[in-house]
Write a protein of this length. Structure first.
Length: 220
């Protein structure tokens, strides 16, 4: 099964978690795009959605799904999003698309976080995928130095990219993240960091991995 087919299979499996008429949190990325396309085929399946990015907002609106502000939606029952990496404890690296801050907010506001991905995203130790860190622009150089001092790695500015929040992204390469919760907190303590792409303090509740043998379900 190709990775694209695995993504579609995981997206299809996520539909079983979507209650009819729900207000749904929706993430960002290619696997989520497949999920939105499936929702578009079932008008009325969800009442509305809270989106984690401008890109997902456009897709949801094109699908005829109302997009609500989280302040008006209140607590959400379900959040569906992808991941760039996951370990078996359902700690994630996210933010390859640059939407990590809004993704983390919507995940935090949701009772259940269902993560959908192809099975190549499951790893033994997080860190092969560069860890995104969203940073206030004036603090970029300072934060990069502090990252090296506190956790190591090689921070690189994501050239030509500005987040939906008007910030820059540092992608930290050459990490082996054995203690994701500790690293997440350490990075968040650096002045100028908005957030980082480790979803470990609030990881996924369910991980759906599409692959050649179908969809594997892991639960926290």
């Amino acid at each position: 099964m190709s990775t694209d087919a695995g993504k579609r299979a995981a997206a299809e499996a996520a539909l079983q978690y979507v209650e009819k008429g729900a207000i749904l949190g929706v993430g960002t990325g290619s696997t989520v795009n497949a999920f939105i396309a499936l929702l578009a085929k079932e008008p009325g399946r969800v009442r509305a959605a809270v989106s984690s990015s401008e890109a997902s907002t456009r897709l949801l609106e094109d699908a005829g799904i109302e997009v609500m502000d989280l302040n008006n939606a209140g607590p959400l029952d379900l959040y569906v999003d992808g991941a760039d990496e996951s370990n078996r404890h359902l700690s994630l690296i996210k933010g390859g698309g640059g939407a990590l801050t809004r993704e983390k907010i919507v995940a935090g506001a949701s009772r259940t976080f269902v993560c959908i991905a192809d099975d190549t995203k499951l790893v033994g130790t997080l860190g092969a995928f560069p860890l995104p860190v969203e940073v206030i622009p004036m603090a970029r150089s300072f934060v990069a130095r502090e990252i090296v001092k506190r956790i190591g790695g090689q921070p690189e500015l994501r050239e030509g990219f500005t987040s939906d929040n008007g910030n820059v992204i540092l992608d930290v390469r050459n990490l082996e993240i054995a203690e994701p919760v500790k690293v997440e907190r350490t990075l968040n303590d650096i002045p100028g960091v908005v957030t980082n792409g480790l979803f470990a303090i609030r990881g996924a509740d369910v991980l759906l991995l599409g692959g050649a043998d179908g969809v594997q379900t892991l639960k926290a």
